[in-house]
Design a protein around this ligand. Structure first.
Ligand SMILES: NC(=O)c1ccc[n+]([C@@H]2O[C@H](COP(=O)([O-])OP(=O)(O)OC[C@H]3O[C@@H](n4cnc5c(N)ncnc54)[C@H](OP(=O)(O)O)[C@@H]3O)[C@@H](O)[C@H]2O)c1
Length: 328
């Protein structure tokens, strides 16, 4: 149903990685059996989504050890057998657990990261990681030790480039003083625009690539989310507890979605595609990390790599988002 489009690649910050403007996010592929799970997820559907992403020309995959306590990395590792060399693999460190425990700890200590990198290489069944990211800047006082360790791992060849995620401006500056940051992975979508105030400029000035996470606000900005679906979310889906997916915010968000759908319809695209084109409208944004749980989802969203929004579409979206700001 969806055509294979020409995916343009963009240089990630100062690095020599050239990534497609849409990357595949695999958080939901970790399944439901942990604190931030997405409810039941079929591994075969995950594998099909990874293969569909590659078929669409997407050349990079973002995962993390904590997504299903190793499960997402294992699924990715199996799915990329035989095609690893054509892909850029990004994973993370800093969220840790012991054995079968579902308790999540935080560590950026050198010894912990060194153990984590070995575990990730094993689960992914690869020899090196293209982009290794600090998942959260926590504990704050361990940022310097963690980032220096990643700089060492780069020298040792286990990792090609280092990135960070969820860092604020001050934390970015502290890391940048030690070793150049290849990328920042922040939340960015129509409902989460915090990075527009300072961080976008800083990243652009310092050749730090920006890869937006949750570009469709975890499915809310796809147009496929309804009041009934929100109510029916299983307890093992983290969204069932998030304010965006619950009263009173849910009703406002769904009203905004309805309004945004009218803009998408005029452009003859889906709201998912409009949401991604909106994220990618900024020149500072290298790419969007797009989550998918099944093949048809990523086939649809991958098409957004070929869309551009014009000024009147951007203005129409802006007016709708201003209305939302007045409500929440
Ligand atoms: N660094 C961090 O702290 C951090 C945090 C969050 C995310 N991330 C990364 O960013 C990636 C993307 O973020 P995200 O997964 O939170 O959210 P997202 O990309 O905004 O949304 C993904 C979800 O939307 C739904 N969806 C996707 N395509 C769809 C389509 N065509 N039609 C209808 N629904 C569709 C799916 O969930 P349903 O089908 O269940 O609705 C899917 O799991 C993650 O996978 C992860 O790699 C990183």
């Amino acid at each position: 149903m969806f055509k294979r489009i020409i995916m343009q690649k963009r240089k990630l910050g100062y690095s020599d990685l050239h990534i497609t403007s849409i990357g595949l996010g695999t958080w939901a592929m970790g399944g439901g059996d942990w604190k931030f799970g997405w409810g039941p997820q079929d591994d075969n559907a995950s594998t099909a989504a990874i293969h569909a992403a590659v078929d669409q020309g997407i050349n990079w995959i973002d995962t993390a050890p904590i997504y299903g306590h190793g499960h997402s990395e294992k699924v990715v590792g199996k799915a990329i057998k035989g095609i690893r060399d054509s892909l850029i693999i990004a994973t993370k460190c800093g969220r840790v657990w012991k054995g079968d425990s579902r308790e999540i700890g935080k560590s950026l200590r050198a010894a912990s990261i060194r153990q984590e990198v070995e575990n990730s290489l094993k689960r992914l069944d690869i020899d090196y990681i293209d982009l290794y990211q600090i998942h959260w800047p926590q504990p704050d006082e361990e940022i310097e030790e963690g980032w220096s360790t990643i700089a060492d791992l780069i020298k040792e060849g286990k990792v090609r480039h280092g990135g960070v995620s969820n860092f604020n401006l001050e934390q970015l500056k502290r890391a940048q003083a030690i070793h150049p940051i290849a990328s920042l992975q922040p939340p960015y979508n129509m409902f989460r625009r915090e990075i527009e105030t300072e961080i976008m400029d800083y990243c652009s000035e310092n050749e730090i690539g920006l890869i937006a996470y949750s570009p469709m606000q975890a499915g809310l900005l796809t147009g496929k989310f309804t009041q009934d679906r929100a109510v029916a979310l299983p307890a093992s889906d983290w969204r069932s507890k998030h304010p965006f997916f619950n009263a009173p915010q849910l009703a406002i968000n769904l009203e905004v979605v309805e309004r945004l759908i009218t803009v998408a319809e005029k452009k003859n695209c889906s709201l998912s595609q409009l949401s991604l084109a909106w994220v990618l409208r900024r020149y500072e944004m290298t790419a969007a990390i797009v989550g998918a749980r099944k093949a048809e989802q990523i086939r649809e969203t991958a098409q957004a790599a070929s869309f551009a929004l014009n000024t009147s579409e951007i203005d129409a979206i802006e007016a709708i988002l201003r209305w939302r700001e007045e409500q929440v």
